[in-house]
Design a protein around this ligand. Structure first.
Ligand code: 6PG
Length: 265
C-alpha cells in the first residue's frame, strides 16, 4: 500500500525570483541541519536551473553568502555526466564556476563524482566515498540533510531517465546509468538514497515543463515514463520550488503563492 505523499509547492513569478527563493531555501535548510545535527550534508544536482541560485549564494552583495554555514557544510552531487571535471557538460564545472571558486569551502568538504573515469568505476568509488563519509554500516543508506533535484522535460530527475536500468536499482547507493535516448552514460545516486534525504526538493522553472510536471504531480503512477514520480521522501514530504511557467497547470496556489497536493502512488 503506497504511503501518502504531501507535496508542498512554492510558485515564484519569474526565474530571478525562483533563484532567490532557492538560495533562501538552501540557507534555511543548511541552517536547520547545522542547528539540529551540527553539520549540513547537501547533495546538489546539475543542469541550468540551479546555476543562478548558486551564483546568488556566492555573491557577497547578496544576503545569503554570509548566512550559509560554510564551515559546517559538506557538498555532494546527485549525479554527474561521464565527462572530465573541466568539460562544458560537467555538473562539477558548473558548480565550481558558479559557487565553489567564490566561497570558503575546503577541498575535503567537496565530494566530487569522478566523471572522467569509467562510469562503473566512478559509481563504485563514489559509493565507497559515501560509505566512508557517512560511516555507514552494511545495508545502511546515507541520509543527506538536503537533496536538491531538477526535472527534465522528459520527467527525469537526477540521472534517472525514463525506461533506463537505474530506475530498478535499489540495492546500490550509486550506479552508472546508460541513457540510450541521449547515447550517453551518467553516474547517479539511486532513488532509495534520494528518498532517504531529510529534506528533498525540486527546483523547476520554465513553461516547457508545465505539462510533464502536472503529469508527475497529479497524474497516475507511471514510474517508467515519469521517473520524477519515484521521488517519495521517507519523511512523507516533498517540496517544489517553481516559477509560474512550470506551475501553470498545477492546482492554484493561495495568495502567498503556496500550494499543496496529496498523492498516493
Ligand atoms: C543533470 C541534472 C538533471 C537536471 C535536469 C533539469 O545532470 O542534468 O542533475 O537531473 O536536474 O535535467 O535540468 P535543467 O535545470 O537544466 O532544466
Amino acid at each position: 500500500m503506497a504511503r501518502r505523499l504531501g507535496i508542498k509547492y512554492y510558485v515564484e513569478p519569474d526565474s530571478a525570483s525562483l533563484a532567490r527563493r532557492a538560495a533562501q531555501y538552501f540557507v534555511e535548510m543548511a541552517g536547520e541541519a547545522v542547528a539540529d545535527r551540527g553539520r549540513a550534508r547537501i547533495a546538489i544536482s546539475g543542469g541550468s536551473t540551479p546555476k543562478a541560485a548558486f551564483s546568488l549564494l556566492a555573491d557577497p552583495g547578496q544576503p545569503w553568502r554570509e548566512r550559509m554555514p560554510w564551515q559546517r557544510l559538506e557538498l555532494f552531487w546527485v549525479d554527474e555526466r561521464a565527462v572530465p571535471p573541466d568539460h562544458p557538460d560537467s555538473n562539477y564545472r558548473m558548480t565550481r564556476e558558479a559557487l565553489l571558486e567564490h566561497v570558503p569551502l575546503h577541498p575535503e568538504q567537496i565530494h566530487r563524482m569522478e566523471g572522467e573515469l569509467d562510469p562503473e568505476v566512478a559509481a563504485a568509488r563514489y559509493e565507497a566515498e559515501l560509505r566512508s563519509s557517512f560511516r555507514l554500516e552494511d545495508g545502511e543508506l546515507p541520509r543527506f540533510d538536503l537533496v536538491s533535484l531538477g526535472m527534465g522535460p522528459d520527467g527525469h530527475t537526477a540521472s534517472l531517465f525514463p525506461h533506463t536500468e537505474a530506475l530498478h536499482e535499489r540495492s546500490r547507493l550509486v550506479t552508472a546509468n546508460h541513457v540510450p535516448q541521449m547515447n550517453t552514460w551518467r553516474i547517479t545516486l539511486t532513488w532509495p538514497v534520494i528518498n532517504r534525504g531529510a529534506s528533498v526538493f525540486f527546483l523547476i522553472g520554465g513553461v516547457d515543463k508545465a505539462q510533464i510536471l502536472n503529469e508527475v504531480i497529479t497524474g497516475p503512477p507511471e514510474h517508467e515514463r515519469l521517473p520524477s514520480q519515484i521521488i517519495r521522501p521517507s519523511s512523507g514530504i516533498l517540496t517544489l520550488i517553481l516559477d509560474k511557467g512550470a506551475a501553470a497547470l498545477l492546482p492554484p496556489t493561495d495568495e502567498q503563492g503556496c500550494g499543496c497536493y496529496e498523492r498516493e502512488g
